[in-house]
Design a protein. Structure first.
Length: 478
């Protein structure tokens, strides 16, 4: 398909955002909903796929030349459960809370009269479904590496009270040359936990847990789906033989899939036990994601599979004010391709001993003791948490880890700083002021010494252009 730009309505409506003077920096502060269409920034290269309610296009984000998967969601078929008063669609509200190496990134959301648009991280190797269609089945070591990453992402969003409800190979994106780095995508059917249980059939029939068809359910439906994905990766077969959706649903109710030596022929008792724990018919005794991550089959495979680069001995200096912190965070979150940070991503996973998608103090300290004595390791850990726990949640999140250990000289390049300027320049007039920045980062008190340069450039309601913004950031880095 030839290149082109997206056509759409240009009706300009208000941008949904408020100035917050007490913003704790996290990637979600940059993910705002705009009612102003931004089609001019996206050049269409190809159609990646389409479904009943949406279409995904491969695009170039022209301000930075970055490839993005632009998800176009039609408004008319959406149900009340899929909408949200503040963030337009519940998928947007959910995905902005997630900061994990195995969960797809969303860069922004905008809309026109008929559609919502979600530019997402592009994974060049397609999805797990297409990969399985090509190779039929995977070796056990590769399956373990993939299911480990899926469960890590699931444990992370379950801890945040989020249920995916549509885990399947089509929604597992593949990134990297070895086809084992994955990202969970498509949170269009996701929802928040309800203490009274959830109802309603969402997701693809082969991966539905029995309780979805029988009444109320909880987050354990995602674990069942992981068990079916495990089976499909190992065997290349579908779990049911029904001729249509109705017949398959009846099979799930009458004779739900079970893990045993017959369904997993030639597999070790340890692997079959792992599969049984995921595919327990009783959701109350079915493993949680955290329990699954601790199962011996997975921990043994993890030790043999997991390789990581040593933790860099040089820790980045904490950016001296919030503007530089926010600029760096946006560059890492939205402008740098994940694969360029592969070594650090693998190191993050290795340090994250419990695979919950965050790094606790004890985990970092254990890693640092490989290089430093106990006292030095404890002090460095304390310094990292004091300087880079920017959202004050007492763990180092994925993006915070990258901010701490990535090479800032490479990240603060002129093209990437210009990309940050484009984010602040909401009305695309080539100028920004202090208020434009504070809408994302919260208040930058100009009376504080660390903001002297900011005051020089942006005090008295001054406006600056892109070149001046680059000069300001470069001054603040000196």
């Amino acid at each position: 398909m030839g290149c082109g730009t997206i056509k759409g309505l240009t009706k300009s409506v208000r941008v949904i955002q408020t100035r917050n003077t007490e913003v704790s920096l996290s990637p979600e502060v940059f993910l705002r909903v705009s009612s102003t269409p931004k089609f001019e920034f996206y050049q269409v290269l190809d159609i990646l796929g389409s479904g009943a309610f949406s279409e995904v296009m491969l695009t170039i984000y022209t301000p930075t030349g970055q490839k993005r998967a632009l998800k176009v969601i039609r408004k008319s078929p959406l149900t009340i459960q899929q909408l949200n008063s503040e963030f337009k669609i519940i998928e947007m509200k959910i995905i902005r809370e997630l900061d994990h190496p195995n969960i797809i990134k969303c860069y922004e959301v905008f809309e026109d009269e008929n559609n919502y648009y979600m530019p997402l991280e592009y994974c060049e190797n397609g999805n797990l479904f297409n990969k399985l269609a090509e190779i039929k089945r995977m070796p056990e070591s590769q399956v373990a590496e993939i299911i480990d990453q899926i469960l890590s992402g699931v444990a992370y969003f379950h801890e945040k009270g989020i249920i995916h409800r549509d885990l399947k190979p089509e929604n597992i994106m593949i990134q990297g040359q070895n086809n084992t780095q994955i990202k969970i995508g498509d949170f269009g059917n996701a929802c928040y936990k309800n203490p009274n249980g959830l109802s309603g059939v969402f997701g693809t029939v082969y991966y539905l847990a029995p309780e979805v068809l029988l009444g109320y359910y909880d987050e354990k439906v995602d674990i069942w789906s992981c068990g079916i994905i495990l089976y499909v990766m190992l065997t290349g077969k579908s779990p049911y033989k029904g001729e249509n959706v109705k017949a398959i649903k009846q099979c799930i109710i009458d004779d739900p899939f079970q893990a045993n030596p017959r369904t997993f022929p030639g597999r070790s008792p340890l692997l079959i036990d792992f599969a049984r724990k995921l595919l327990d018919i009783n959701p109350k005794t079915r493993y949680s994601a955290c329990q699954a991550l601790s199962h011996p089959w997975l921990t043994i495979c993890r030790k043999s599979n997991r390789t990581s680069s040593p933790l860099p001995t040089i820790i980045s200096k904490k950016p001296k004010n919030k503007l530089v912190q926010g600029t760096l965070m946006y560059i890492i979150t939205c402008l740098v391709k994940s694969t360029t940070l592969n070594d650090l991503i693998n190191t993050f996973k290795a340090i994250d001993i419990n695979s919950n998608g965050t790094i606790e103090k004890n985990e970092l300290e254990v890693e640092l003791r490989k290089t430093y004595n106990a006292e030095e390791a404890k002090k460095i850990t304390s310094d990292v948490f004091n300087d880079f726990d920017l959202n004050h949640n007492k763990v180092i999140d994925f993006t915070e880890f990258l901010m701490c250990y990535a090479d800032q000289k490479k990240l603060f390049s002129k093209p990437l700083i210009c990309g940050v300027f484009e984010k602040f320049d909401k009305n695309s007039d080539g100028l920004i002021n202090l208020q434009d920045i504070e809408k994302y980062l919260g208040e930058l008190p100009l009376n504080e010494e660390v903001n002297n340069e900011v005051k020089l450039f942006l005090g008295s309601n001054k406006k600056i252009n892109q070149e001046q913004f680059v000069a300001l950031i470069e001054d603040l880095l000196e």
